[in-house]
Design a protein around this ligand. Structure first.
Ligand code: SME
Length: 160
């Protein structure tokens, strides 16, 4: 398993993602436990992008339960029909929110969060088993490049 990351942060974001992908692959390869992989996934993104909050919620029945994360303490449970994470879970697609104030029902775990990107993870039956939630302290802190690259990277994590 790789112990260090080598990423030139002076590159453009597309190049950063390109150099990160094989390193994330090497880190996850050979490990099947979702908690271990989600934990390292968050640690890598935090060290490279330093977003405000980076973490996973996993599906448990009708709820989402807090999983591995990097950043301030967060809501432990999220419920269907309310918030960005639930929207991504229920719609089975990524949700990009440029301004959380403009998203009805947004769940404010941190008052510093201004924008958010949530991406679902799918199992073999195409059901959502977790979501990755990214929070930024800036408006429009994420864009389609982040969505596309992270959707690709998340496929490295084997479903439970
Ligand atoms: N804002 C999320 C809740 C999770 S926290 O941001 C960590 C939502 O609306 O679902």
């Amino acid at each position: 398993m790789a112990e260090s990351l080598y990423v030139d942060l002076n590159q453009d974001r597309a190049s950063i993602y390109s150099s990160l992908y094989p390193q994330m692959k090497a880190l996850i390869e050979g490990e099947t436990h979702p908690v271990a992989n989600m934990a390292n996934f968050c640690a890598v993104l935090k060290s490279v992008f330093d977003w405000h909050w980076i973490g996973f919620y996993t599906v448990l029945g009708d709820e989402l339960v807090l999983g591995p994360f990097q950043g301030p303490i967060a809501c432990t449970r999220l419920y269907k029909g309310k918030g960005v994470c639930a929207a991504a879970w229920e719609s089975k697609s990524a949700v990009l929110v440029d301004d959380v104030e403009a998203f009805p029902g947004h769940v404010a775990c941190s008052s510093f969060t201004q924008s958010e990107l949530v991406i679902p993870l799918f199992d073999g039956a195409c059901e959502v088993w977790a979501v990755l939630d990214l929070d930024s302290t800036e408006l429009a802190g994420f864009d389609d490049l982040d969505r596309v690259e992270l959707e690709k990277m998340l496929q490295l994590i084997p479903a439970p």
